[in-house]
Write a protein that binds this ligand. Structure first.
Ligand code: MN
Length: 198
């Protein structure tokens, strides 16, 4: 099996971080979707990490402005390394290191349905540079499109809300619903508790 988490492991010292070690899991074989999570991450720059379950790992993008409910908005999504599935439940403080650190909370979580095309898998859709997904989270609902803007593996992507279900130009959950869907805490509270544990 291809080692998808090599870069994830290379970047971390599990003696000093509470993040899960994880392992490459066998693909569920499902082409229909899986879990999704959006983690609010107060690193050197605040951003939102969008992760979707594909073939046993969490495919990941850092979205500086977070998701929008307005189909007119194009949100930059920078691909980051695959994360283990258990990472979807991680909330806490990452110690500072050469790759950064900071406080993480689970801003939204739930399941996604793959909408791109009945005949291709989510992995193939990502390979081709465009995937349509329908989110069923606590804060976000409905379709989103992720599109790669270039041909390189490290090209940037755009996250755009699809029209219809969940689209709403007036609501701004990033500003209005800052708390964790797991614990109800805000970043300051997660940071405080994280430091108390150490
Ligand atoms: Mn991050």
């Amino acid at each position: 099996m291809q080692a998808k988490l090599t870069e994830y492991h290379r970047k971390r010292d599990f003696a000093s971080t509470a993040e899960p070690r994880g392992r490459d899991e066998r693909s569920s074989g499902r082409n229909t979707g899986g879990r999704f999570v959006i983690q609010k991450h107060d690193a050197s720059r605040l951003h939102y990490d969008l992760r979707i379950e594909v073939d046993g790992v969490l495919k990941s993008w850092a979205v500086p402005k977070g998701p929008s409910l307005d189909p007119r908005d194009k949100r930059l999504a920078v691909p980051t390394e695959d994360h283990p599935l258990e990472y979807a439940d991680f909330e806490g403080v990452i110690p500072e290191n050469e790759y950064g650190g900071g406080t993480v909370l689970v801003w939204d979580a739930g399941s996604y349905e793959h909408l791109t095309d009945r005949d291709i898998s989510p992995a193939d859709a990502l390979e081709r540079g465009r995937i349509n997904i329908r989110l069923d989270g606590s804060k976000l609902h409905g379709g989103y499109t992720l599109t790669r803007m270039g041909k390189q593996a490290d090209s940037q992507w755009l996250l755009i809300k699809m029209k219809g279900e969940g689209a709403d130009r007036r609501r701004n959950p990033v500003a209005r619903q800052p708390h964790s869907v797991l614990t109800g805490q805000n970043l300051r509270e997660v940071a405080k508790h994280g430091h108390e544990l150490r």
